[in-house]
Design a protein around this ligand. Structure first.
Ligand code: KIV
Length: 286
């Protein structure tokens, strides 16, 4: 549970749901407490995405991410967040069996992290599970379009609905099913702009796009991507900074100074209190 000042009004699920068609909703991923602290003043929602599998752990996909990883990072982000609503991804295999399994694991995530909501991937097929959770006090953010946890059945991460309109109806039906089941927001991943328009017009809750154009009610980006710290940058990512280069430059400067013994100099060195020059045990002369 986060312990913060009482003056900041935290975002809530009803307040965010009411942003449909209004001020765009700002969502960023976060995986650690210090990053959450930096992002909190600027984001409405901090998403502890299972993208942490790749971003933090160097895994090849989100498939191997465990619930214990999500809980450890989720609790850290909650400690760093003050105003933003914290949402935690349910990892692959922790909710697909059915509503009871999903409820058990969602409750564990909320109780052990202090977060406000969970996110799970899937459209119409997950509607019963989303309804089960939301009716029992677990707010759910949906996720439709490209579903990264299904990479092994999809065979990759290609955007959807870009060649023609084949399959559009099914994706719109997914969005409607997830919204009708009670999701308070829906992430729409990697779909063409006209399809994003149709999805956003078809549901009563905010759509949050990632590679889904400005037609959505809000946007989300993976923090390491937008800070220029990822090796590969998907087409839809704008790099707002180049921290990867800055970190490399800083490490190179440090390494050179250590090797030349110019770091640490006097400014970064502890001296004996009272007389910086006197060796330990000697009297200070006036
Ligand atoms: O895991 C994640 O970071 C996500 C966002 C990309 C939406 O699901």
């Amino acid at each position: 549970m986060s312990v913060h000042s009482t003056t900041v009004k935290p975002n809530t699920v009803p307040r965010l749901r009411a942003r449909k068609g209004g001020e765009p909703v700002v969502v960023l991923t976060a995986y650690t407490a210090p990053m959450a602290r930096l992002l909190d003043p600027h984001a409405d929602v901090l998403l502890v995405g299972d993208s942490l599998g790749m971003v933090v752990y160097g895994l090849p996909s989100t498939v191997p991410v465990t619930i214990d990883m999500m809980i450890a990072h989720g609790a850290a982000v909650v400690r760093g967040a003050e105003k933003a609503l914290v949402v935690i991804d349910m990892p692959f295999g922790t909710y697909e069996e059915g509503p009871e399994q999903a409820f058990r694991n969602a409750v564990r995530i909320l109780q052990e992290t202090g977060a406000s909501a969970v996110k799970l991937e899937g459209g119409a097929v997950m509607a019963d599970t989303i309804a089960f959770l939301t009716r029992r006090g677990v707010p759910v953010m949906g996720h439709i379009g490209l579903l990264p946890q299904s990479v092994n059945t999809l065979g990759g991460y290609a955007a959807l609905g870009t060649a023609n309109t084949d399959g559009w109806d099914a994706i719109v039906a997914d969005a409607v099913a997830v919204a009708d089941a009670g999701a308070f927001m829906i992430v729409v991943e990697a779909v063409s702009e006209p399809l994003a328009v149709r999805i956003t017009e078809s549901v009563r809750v905010p759509t949050i796009g990632i590679g889904a154009s400005a037609a959505c009610d809000g946007q989300v980006l993976v923090i390491d991507d937008m800070l220029g710290m990822s090796l590969r940058t998907p087409k839809f990512v704008k790099r707002y900074a180049e921290l990867g280069g800055l970190i490399g430059d800083a490490a190179a400067a440090y390494a050179a100074e250590v090797r030349s013994r110019s770091f640490p100099d006097e400014r970064y060195t502890y001296k004996l209190k009272g007389d910086n020059k006197a060796p330990q045990g000697e009297e200070k002369k006036s």
